[in-house]
Write a protein that binds this ligand. Sequence first.
Ligand code: CAA
Ligand code: NAD
Length: 300
Amino acid sequence: GFTRSFSSSNSLNAIKTVTVIGGGLMGSGIAQISAQAGQNVTIVDLNSETLQKALKSIENNLTRVAKKVHKDDVAKIDSFVKDSLARIKTSIKIEDGVNSDLIIEAVVEQLDVKQQLFNKLDELAPQHTILTSNTSSIPIKAIGSGIKRKDRLGGLHFFNPVPVMRLIEVIKGDDMSEETHQTLMEWGKSVGKTCITCKDRPGFVVNRLLGPYSAEALRMYERGDASMEDIDIGMKLGAGYPMGPFELCDYTGLDTNKHVMSVLYEMTKEEVFRPVALLDKKVAEGKLGVKSGEGFYKYK
Ligand code: CAA
Ligand code: NAD
C-alpha cells in the first residue's frame, strides 16, 4: 500500500553495490553504466578472458562517453575513465559477488543455467539482496522457482547496446513487493535510464512487439514480396526506425532472434512465432549476423 511505497523511498539509496553475473555483451554494458553512475560493481563470469575483454570494452566505451561530456579536457576525460574503472571488480568466483545490494544476472539464455545460479545466489546472498535477470524471453517465475526470497525477485531487461539504449523494462515478478519494485525503478533512473513496468508475461513489452514484426519481415522476404534491402529502407524511411528488420536481426544476432521466437512460440502457441525456415537455415550455416561476419548481409 501507500505507506510501504512511501517508506521505501528512504531505503532506496540502499543500493550502492551491484553485481553483474555474466560479463558478455550485455553484462559488460550493464556494469559500465552502473560504474559510470557511481555504483560499486562486481562482474562475475566463468571465464577470466571474458572478464579481461569486458574491462577493455568498458574502458573504450567510457572513453567515448567521457570525450562527449568533457570535449578536449584530457585530464577530465582521464579521471572520468579511471574513477569509473576503479569502481569495477571482477571475479570468476560467485562467492566474490554475492555481497551486493542488487544482483543482475546476464548469463546465457538457458533456463537450467539461470535456475541453478538463482538457487545458489538465494543461498549465499544476504537477506536484503534483490535478485534480477536480464533475460530476453524466459519467465522470471521459472528462473526463480527454487528460491525463497520471491518478494525480492524480478527482471531488469536492458537493450543492446546498453550504454546507448535508454530503456529498462522492470519486470514485476508475481510476488515482488512494492518496495522492491520502487527500489528497482529508482535504481534504473539513477543509472540514467527510463524505466517501464511490465508483468512477467511472454516477451514483456518490447520483444512481444518486435517478435511478430521481425517474423513478418522474414516471411515477406521469403514470399518474394520485396527485397531485404527494400524492406529495410521501407521501415527506416517510412516508419522512422533506426535500423530495418534485417539489419536489426544481424545486429542482435540471428541465433538470439531464433531463440527468442521459439520461446515465445512455446509459451503463446501463436502462429506468428512459428519457426521461419530462412532463419533456421542461416543459423544452421553459422551465419549469425555482425558477430560472425555474415547474417543477412556481409560484414568485413
Ligand atoms: N557503446 C557505446 N556507445 C555506442 C555504441 C556502443 N556499443 N554504439 C553506438 N554508440 C553511440 C555512438 O558513440 C553515437 O553517439 P553520439 O550520437 O552521441 O555521437 C551513437 O551511439 C550513435 O551511434 P552511431 O552514429 O555509430 O550509429 P547509429 O546512429 O547508426 O546508431 C544504434 C547505432 C544506436 C545501434 C542505432 O542504429 C539503433 O538504435 N539501432 C536499433 C537498436 C535496437 O533496436 N536495439 C534493441 C534490440 S532488442 C534487444 O536488445 C532486446 C533483446 O532482448 C534481444
Ligand atoms: P553473451 O554470450 O555475450 O554473454 C554471456 C556470458 O555469460 C558469457 O561471457 C559466459 O561466459 C557467461 N556465463 C555463462 N554461464 C555462466 C555462469 N553460470 N556464471 C557466470 N557466467 C556465466 O550473452 P549476452 O548477449 O550478453 O546475453 C546475456 C543475457 O542477456 C541473455 O539472457 C540474453 O537473452 C539477454 N539479453 C540479450 C540481448 C542482446 O541483444 N544480446 C538483449 C537483452 C537481453
